[in-house]
Design a binder for this molecule. Structure first.
Ligand SMILES: CC(C)(COP(=O)(O)OP(=O)(O)OC[C@H]1O[C@@H](n2cnc3c(N)ncnc32)[C@H](O)[C@@H]1OP(=O)(O)O)[C@@H](O)C(=O)NCCC(=O)NCCS
Length: 322
């Protein structure tokens, strides 16, 4: 019998570079209060958002993803032809066919990579990171790019004040390569499909509806276990974590998770939601990029990330910052 040969992968994978794209237009809470029945005090106290970015017409998913991917590629030091796998995570694609991963890869000059789109809601970045890290370890890919990109304003009902003040636009990307010393821990992922309709664009409609309180309860009670799993699988404890960057959904959820985890005093908590709103699959790479750019986080820091959202899906892992 002829045996099937398998490639030899790398001992580990690590993030080589990160990059983000924030749309030009800032929208403050006061600006929203002029067009809907809301106010700065309510938004800041319930969700923690001070302002968010909304994409202009020319800031399409492809444009924003290409901009973020280009920055991550430059930060990684790799040439485009060294990347052979591109995973584009998004929950706000308006055109089902074709996916935009291949087009974005082409725009970045990456020749003929494996390229596809992935929809795991706001957990899309962490799901994708888990997949490409394993692809590099198994030898299916040499270097990979993950891009989270959203234009949630396209699918938000501006007459629904409970979602219109939260969701926003942007893109964040990471380039991942092989490493002798693992820089990305095993993914802890899962889903609670019994709550599939808690965040949805129902068939025949074009806007997202969200059962806010149910999602809040779920996020603050069910996901601590996943964070512990991600740390356990990587062989680290909360005391080892330098940076906690969960999905930027709601500042109160971030504070509640932080309290339950018991980090050390030095742990930096990502609070990019204050300036960026909820950018779904883009929120974690955007938050990490902001912390590195401001100097609050440093290269080599150990970060714990967790994405969660529509599905309901969740995924988290430990990673070493580039
Ligand atoms: C959406 C969310 C902020 C709503 O906060 P809440 O405390 O649950 O608020 P409720 O829905 O109970 O509404 C309370 C009141 O505020 C009002 N309200 C809702 N949105 C408002 C807004 N933008 N401005 C002012 N008032 C608002 C409601 O109409 C309601 O008024 P009522 O008591 O007169 O009926 C909160 O549930 C939440 O953050 N959930 C998690 C959502 C999330 O993170 N989703 C993303 C996951 S990826």
């Amino acid at each position: 019998m002829t045996s099937i040969q398998l490639p030899t992968g790398a001992p580990g994978a690590r993030v080589l570079g990160l990059g983000g794209y924030r749309p030009r237009r800032r929208v403050t809470n006061d600006e929203l209060a002029q067009v809907m029945d809301t106010n700065d005090e309510w938004i800041q106290s319930r969700v923690g958002i001070a302002e968010r970015r909304w994409a202009g017409e020319d800031e399409t998913l492809v444009e924003m993803a290409t901009a973020a991917g280009g920055k991550a590629l430059a930060a990684s030091g790799l040439a485009p032809d060294e990347v052979d796998l591109v995973v584009l995570a998004s929950a706000s694609l308006r055109q089902p066919i074709p996916g935009i991963g291949p087009q974005v890869a082409h725009r970045l000059g990456i020749p003929r990579p494996g390229a596809f789109d992935l929809n795991a809601g706001c957990a899309g970045f962490c799901y994708s990171l888990g997949l490409v890290s394993d692809a590099i370890r198994s030898g299916s890919a040499r270097n990979a790019m993950v891009i989270g990109v959203e234009r949630l304003t396209d699918v938000t009902d501006m007459d629904d004040r409970s979602t219109a003040v939260i969701f926003a636009d942007g893109a964040g990307a990471a380039v991942i390569g092989p490493a002798d010393e693992p820089g990305i821990g095993p993914v802890a992922w899962g889903s609670d499909g019994d709550q599939h309709s808690a965040i949805e664009i129902a068939a025949g409609t074009s806007h997202m509806a969200m059962a806010g309180q149910a999602v809040y309860r779920w996020a603050t009670t069910k996901l601590t276990e996943t964070l512990h799993q991600a740390m356990e699988r990587a062989g680290v404890t909360a005391a080892d974590i330098d940076v906690f960057a969960p999905h930027q959904a709601n500042l109160r959820i971030i504070e509640s998770m932080t309290k339950r985890l018991g980090f050390g005093e030095k742990t930096v908590i990502a609070r990019d939601i204050v300036q960026s709103g909820n950018t779904s699959a883009a929120s974690i790479p955007l938050a990490l990029t902001a912390l590195l750019e401001s100097g609050e986080a440093r290269s080599g820091d150990l970060a714990l990330i967790l994405g969660y959202g529509a599905g309901l899906t969740f995924a988290g892992q430990v990673l070493r910052l580039p």
